[in-house]
Design a protein around this ligand. Structure first.
Ligand code: GLY
Length: 383
């Protein structure tokens, strides 16, 4: 990480992947530098900006002005907001528009948006003309600290989340922390769950810093850049060691096995945002770890206390209408978990905690034990 010379200088985090290495540039108010940064990497490239209708109203003109100001030719592809665009129809639309805009191998796709736009545009870039380069310009906290980094791209299948996709690394990530000012408080909090995750999986000191400073991150002062940069550093280091998730990268899925099942049970809708499912999932993972004798009960309480203090849901009953659909049914949740990408030969992968800052990957948790654990949690939850 390059330490800024003064507070207003951007922070640069390197994702070290040999000839596919790239920078994550993090700073307040850096969107206007996008064109200059891209022109330095790909002078004269044609640029197609993929964004959604909501992000377009806030940031598209500013992004385009920066690109054209740097002498780049631009076109725009605007998709519907939300998970609905991460579909076969969505990727077909983006690919056809890219081909129509004559985006060729030396040209560029810019993903301007949150996780949905990044995953969708990145996947289209991975497959159009067998692969064109792309740049991530993440506009949600979740995308800035997680989904824009590491090259996971894809869409949902009707049978599950992110089941169709490709690894395709961006050539640059530009994370302007000022764009997070327009997020709703709920969206911001949902992204914060992924920030807390980095403390839980490998950095107890960062978790303690978050306990003291989470309100400053929301306010948007230098604590926000520090939190985004620390998260990106942690992710970049893991991705550099295990790009294709053959081992350590799975740690980044702490809370996701439970969380994805909860998202699926609520129909991937506004009732439960991804980060909210991850927050509940991380508490469940901590409780399961305690049941296995791995983590102290005091640490589990500390985790739940912090996530709740940050305004995140931590319990199954925090989900609106949680007694409806498959949510209050341990067997239905087990069935949803069985569709997880991390299932190998029928074994679920869980990320468990030995302590705050010490996560481990486990493939030997007995499904019957998880089922009984969930059944007990559901029985304990007030109706
Ligand atoms: N979001 C988890 C990963 O990128 O591996």
């Amino acid at each position: 990480m390059t330490i800024p010379l003064k507070k207003s200088d951007p922070i640069t985090v390197d994702v070290a992947l040999g000839e596919r290495s790239y920078d994550i540039v993090i700073g307040r108010g850096i969107l206007p530098s996008l064109g200059e940064r891209i022109a330095a990497l790909r002078p004269g490239a044609r640029v197609a900006v993929v964004t959604d209708a909501c992000v377009a109203t806030h940031w598209l003109q500013r992004a385009e002005a920066s690109l054209t100001g740097a002498g780049l030719t631009t076109s725009r592809i605007v998709v519907d907001e939300g998970e609905v665009s991460k579909s076969y129809a969505g990727v077909e639309f983006v690919c056809e528009e890219l081909i129509k805009a004559r985006i060729e191998r030396n040209d560029l796709v810019v993903a301007l948006g949150g996780g949905v736009v990044g995953d969708l545009a990145g996947f289209a870039a991975a497959i159009v003309r067998r692969g064109v380069d792309f740049v991530q310009v993440p506009t949600s906290l979740l995308a800035q600290v997680d989904s824009s980094v590491g090259g996971k791209t894809g869409i949902n299948s009707p049978q599950g989340k992110n089941l169709v996709g490709a690894f395709h690394q961006p050539i640059l990530v530009v994370a302007d922390t000022a764009v997070l000012d327009t997020l709703s408080p709920r969206q911001f909090r949902a992204g914060y769950a992924e920030v807390a995750k980095y403390g839980l999986i490998g950095d107890e000191a960062f978790f303690a810093w978050l306990e003291a400073h989470h309100a400053d991150i929301v306010k948007g002062d230098a604590a926000r850049e520090h939190a985004v940069a620390t998260s990106c550093c942690a992710k970049a280091a893991i991705v550099a060691r295990d790009e294709r998730e053959s081992g350590e990268r799975a740690l980044l899925n702490l809370g996701h096995t439970f969380g994805h099942a909860l998202e699926a049970a609520t129909g991937f809708c506004g009732r439960l945002y991804h980060g909210e499912g991850v927050s509940i999932g991380m508490v469940l993972a901590a409780e399961l770890s305690a049941q296995l004798g791995m983590i102290a009960a005091a640490d589990v309480s500390r985790i739940e206390r912090h996530l709740a203090a940050a305004g995140l849901p931590t319990r199954l009953q925090d989900i609106a209408g949680f007694r409806q659909e498959g949510l209050a049914d341990a067997d239905a949740l087990m069935t949803l978990m069985a569709q997880d990408k991390k299932v190998k030969r029928g074994r679920l992968t869980f990320i468990l905690l030995k302590a705050i800052g010490q996560a481990v990957v486990s493939t030997d948790v007995e499904p019957s034990m998880v089922r009984d654990f969930l059944a007990r949690k559901l029985a304990d939850a007030p109706a």
